[in-house]
Structure formats: C-alpha cells, structure tokens
Design a protein around this ligand. Structure first.
Ligand SMILES: CC(C)(COP(=O)(O)OP(=O)(O)OC[C@H]1O[C@@H](n2cnc3c(N)ncnc32)[C@H](O)[C@@H]1OP(=O)(O)O)[C@@H](O)C(=O)NCCC(=O)NCCS
Length: 166
C-alpha cells in the first residue's frame, strides 16, 4: 500500500476514454473481469471512464457503463489499481457514475458480480445497491472457460444488484 494508506479519497473524477485508446487500461479492465471474451462482448457498446484523482498523473481506475435501454444503465466493469484500493475511490466513482447516468435520463443502475465475490457484494450494498436477480451459470464455459475460485467458492452464478438513481 502507498504511504498515503489510511487517508480516504472521496473524489474520483471520471474522464471519458476513447475506445481506440483503451489498450493502456486493459490490465485494469481484466483485473475486474478475467475473461477477454466477456470483455470483448460489452466493451464496444460501453462508455469507458478512467478514474482520476489529484494524487496521480495517471488513471488509477476504470469504470465501464452501458445504456441497457428503458432508463436502465449497468456498471459492466469497475477496477481500481491495487495500490489505490480501499481509499474510497471505487465508492466515489460509483456515486459519480450514478449522477452522470441520472443526468442522461437513467432511473436505475445495475451491477453484476460473482456468487463468490463476498467483498464486492458488501462493497456494492454499501454503495446503495440491493440484490435484484441471479443469472444462473453465467461464469461457466464457454463464456468463462477457466474456473474462478474466491473465498473457497467457485464462481458459477452472477448476482445482479440494482440501485434506484432517480
Ligand atoms: C472492488 C473495487 C473496485 C473497490 O474499489 P475501492 O476503491 O477499493 O473501494 P472503496 O475504497 O471505495 O471501498 C472499499 C471497500 O471495497 C471492498 N473491496 C472489495 N475488494 C477490495 C479490495 N481488493 N481492496 C479493498 N477493498 C475492497 C471492501 O468491502 C472495502 O470496504 P472496507 O473499506 O469497509 O473494507 C476495488 O477494490 C477493485 O478494483 N478490486 C479488484 C477488481 C474487482 O474485483 N472489481 C469488481 C468486480 S465485480
């Protein structure tokens, strides 16, 4: 952890990234979603934002949003560089993303994560999301050819959470 550890950063500015310049953010994108095939599926229709803070000249995180129609947007990917995790940046980025989507007419934000992603399930609930529905067998082949294991659990189902952003 950096020597800034312990100091919360409550602000995360979001800077829209041109998809032609996405390569430098790809390691971060794959930190949150280790299936290149799944990423390739949503990235072309996503708005990708780099997270920027006053503490770093380079982006410290990434958040990818899609407009799913009918006033529903979705966080398809969110990742903060390991040295900057736990400082409040991810939470601040979600707040900024929800405000941005609301300005564009969204009423509800979705986010999905694996059944075994216990810290992320807590993180999203603290960010105002509630359990919405399950997409069974989402994290299985062919979409996810390699098994993912966290907290002693195999990733199988996707837990979709939603937050009212009106
Ligand atoms: C999940 C993630 C985006 C949260 O961003 P962040 O800037 O660390 O989040 P915040 O500092 O606002 O909030 C921290 C909370 O996130 C949760 N969290 C989840 N994974 C974490 C991690 N690897 N490190 C620190 N906190 C994590 C914790 O519940 C933590 O709560 P706590 O501070 O009460 O312990 C970030 O940790 C990350 O990039 N993780 C790896 C990629 C990933 O798993 N993305 C989500 C896929 S569904």
């Amino acid at each position: 952890m950096s020597d800034d550890a312990g100091t919360r950063i409550e602000v995360a500015l979001l800077r829209l990234v041109d998809l032609s310049a996405i390569d430098q953010l790809m390691p971060l994108i794959l930190l949150a979603d280790e299936s290149p095939a799944a990423v390739a599926d949503y990235l072309p229709r996503a708005e990708v934002y780099a997270m920027v803070t006053p503490r770093s000249a380079d982006p410290v995180g990434v958040i990818a949003l899609t407009d799913e129609g009918d006033g529903v947007w979705e966080i398809k990917n969110i990742a903060v560089m390991p040295a900057f995790q736990g400082l409040g940046i991810g939470g601040a980025a979600i707040a900024t993303a929800c405000a941005l989507a609301r300005q564009r007419g969204a009423r509800r934000m979705l986010v999905g994560t694996a059944n075994c992603a216990l810290r992320e399930l807590a993180f999203y609930q603290r960010a105002g999301f509630r359990f919405d529905h399950i997409v069974r067998a989402f994290f299985t082949p062919p979409r996810y050819p390699e098994p993912i294991v966290e907290n002693g659990l195999r990733a199988i189902d996707m837990v979709v959470l939603s937050r009212d952003i009106t």
